[in-house]
Design a protein around this ligand. Sequence first.
Ligand code: E4P
Length: 218
Amino acid sequence: MKFFVDTADVDEIRDLAATGMVDGVTTNPSLVAKSGRDFMDVLKEICDIVPGPVSAEVTATEHETMLAEGRKLAEVAPNVTIKVPMTWDGLKTCKVLSGAGTQVNVTLCFSANQALLAAKAGATFISPFVGRLDDIGHDGMELISEIRTIYDNYPALVTQILVASIRTPMHLKQAALIGADVSTLPPDVLRKLAHHTLTDKGLAAFLADWQKTGQNIL
Ligand code: E4P
């Protein structure tokens, strides 16, 4: 499974990229606003740090303007993936951009039928938001299973399932068990994946015993 990091914080991305775990990045208008920085500057910097796909979202809602925004964002770097909302205008824009060889991420997906439409429009990635579904009492992971089944039923659909709105390490584990292609993780959730109380406890015991030997490796 590929890991993307879900942030527009360049320092976080640089730090996590050094672990070798970051295959790509997703941003959205809210994350850019949170960074307090110029969108184009941030996007360029992220693309220089991470060679994999970097999602940059259009903010227009009408097809022609979305297309113009998408083309402008795609000029920033070859690894920019254009994020469009799951609307008919977004799907039309997806069709044109993907037809021209630009990677497209269809975002704000909340149903299996929406995922099917995005795949037919040529999306590189579909982003189902599991956390926001859980928030309203639905089962976000059930949607991931449904999309996996549908895409597997039709091998001509090559869109990758990019699990978004991940809130906990449990979401990540379930997404991996289902066979999602990519998960985009907030930095704090990515960091939590390495943690286990027994790892900490075991390491402390090893170090205490090692100290008793009086030896040094270096
Ligand atoms: C994905 O591309 C989105 O940026 C993100 O995962 C949304 O997550 P949220 O529901 O926590 O805002």
